[in-house]
Design a binder for this molecule. Structure first.
Ligand code: NAD
Length: 416
């Protein structure tokens, strides 16, 4: 059964609404997105054929500020997936108390099927199609699955050309040369690390001696793997879309990163000591810390009972379903929820936006210090509420995030 991520996102709102006794009118309102734009993107392919792709940009809530959220290129992209991701961005920005709302975008395609020229034309046409609902004070996109700094550079250029001047603040995750921020590429990984370190301290666990399993080896999975490997942790398994790869003595992450950064798949990595395993098997591999860092709905009621770890650190957005959450909570597994764990990315995106608007750039030391302060402040609040009320970290995080949004909605009222 394919789970609909937006149904999951709405179920999460119901759970927290019940826990905090939220006004039913506000609950109803938060289960809808403010606006969804569906666009057709016609592209003349290199061989002269016309292909038409479908793209989306969704604003879930701009009640606390301009929308913020990535752009995803993937064959699994649907309007409901984008709506769910936009909703989760609202909670994430609110939890960190950033003056931003929740948005997301995507195009349904497999980027590996397109040449660089086709990808550039597609990105530029998509940006033109959504031009009226993005902008530094409307909605600021960023990279997500299968998009990167180059894609952001094309978006920034297309937007700027249309407006007749350079507007770097329209997207974040740009190359540093055109207004990007130092530390943005590693930000989600750094945030995951700060939160994990704080959680281990609370549980009296020595992080360095923990064994780790990571699903996804892109920006998020790759960075957290690198950071934990450099800290001396044993990474038992990692995976990408092609396969998982396992070694009980610990993988040499630096060499695997070199391999995948050249565009290779993990399944083709040649080391006789390493065993290829499926993504499904990887999720239930015995370890201390499991880090899903690929896609949503990876931990479900079907496999949650077989998960054998102490901590699930959610690098991806929406990797655990509400049914699986219940099972993990009963098993005593600590789930550090996506809206807290992977919020380092949006936090440094916010710093990039602030730097662009002020035309004044910070150094890496300042970026990481401010990131640490903000994300650990949120961790502290979430952890305290979860202990006080004996609820999961996710429910605690949602209570904080939803309460802030609900207050803003109440103060602003329903126009007219
Ligand atoms: P990415 O494209 O850089 O990497 C995605 C990785 O997942 C790749 O290794 C890919 O091969 C793998 N993958 C894709 N489909 C898979 C499948 N069906 N099974 C197993 N592996 C699969 O993307 P990313 O930016 O690292 O994003 C990963 C997740 O983290 C997404 O949920 C995204 O929304 C979330 N996230 C990203 C950021 C960020 O700053 N990039 C911030 C917060 C959250």
């Amino acid at each position: 059964m394919i789970l609909n991520p937006f149904e999951v996102a709405k179920k999460q709102i119901d759970i927290v609404a019940k826990e905090m006794g939220l006004d039913p009118n506000i609950t109803k309102y938060l289960k809808r997105v403010e606006r969804s734009l569906i666009v057709s993107i016609p592209i003349v392919m290199d061989d002269g054929r016309l292909e038409i792709f479908e793209g989306y940009r969704v604003h879930h809530s701009t009640v606390r500020g301009p929308g913020k959220g990535g752009i995803r290129f993937s064959p699994q992209v649907t309007l409901d997936e984008v709506k769910a991701l936009a909703t989760w961005m609202t909670w994430k920005c609110s939890l960190l108390n950033l003056p931003l709302g929740g948005a997301k975008g995507g195009i349904c395609l497999n980027p590996k099927d397109l040449s660089k020229g086709e990808l550039e034309r597609l990105t530029r046409r998509y940006t033109s199609e959504i031009l009226n609902i993005i902008g530094p004070d409307i909605d600021i996109p960023a990279p997500d699955v299968n998009t990167n700094a180059q894609v952001m550079a094309w978006m920034m250029d297309t937007y700027s050309m249309n407006k007749g001047r350079s507007i770097p603040g329209v997207v974040t995750g740009k190359p540093i040369e055109i207004g990007g921020s130092v530390g943005r590429d590693s930000a989600t990984g750094m945030g995951l690390y700060y939160v994990l370190e704080a959680m281990c301290e609370r549980l009296n666990i020595d992080l360095k001696s923990q064994s780790i399993v990571i699903q996804g080896f892109g920006n998020v999975g790759g960075w957290i793997a690198r950071i934990l490997f450099e800290k001396g942790c044993k990474i038992l398994a990692v995976s990408d879309i092609s396969s998982g790869i396992y070694f009980s003595e610990g993988l040499e992450i630096n060499k695997l990163l070199e391999w995948t950064q050249k565009g290779n798949y993990l399944k083709d990595y040649n080391d006789k000591r390493y065993e290829l395993i499926t993504n499904e098997k990887l999720i239930t591999t015995e370890c201390d810390i499991l880090i899903p860092a690929a896609l949503e709905n990876q931990i479900t009621q079907n496999n949650a009972g077989n998960i054998k770890c102490k901590i699930v650190l959610e690098g991806a957005n929406g990797p655990t379903t509400p049914e699986a959450d219940k099972i993990l909570f009963i098993k005593g597994i600590h789930v550090i929820p996506d809206i807290l764990a992977n919020a380092g990315g949006v936090c440094v995106s916010y710093f990039e936006y602030v730097q662009d608007i002020h035309a004044y750039f910070w150094d890496l030391d300042r970026i990481n210090k401010e990131l640490k302060k903000i994300i650990l402040g949120a961790f502290e609040e979430v952890y305290t509420i979860s202990k006080e009320r004996n609820i999961s970290l996710r429910t605690a995080a949602y209570i904080i995030a939803v309460e802030r949004i609900a207050k803003a909605v109440e103060l602003r009222g329903f126009f007219p």
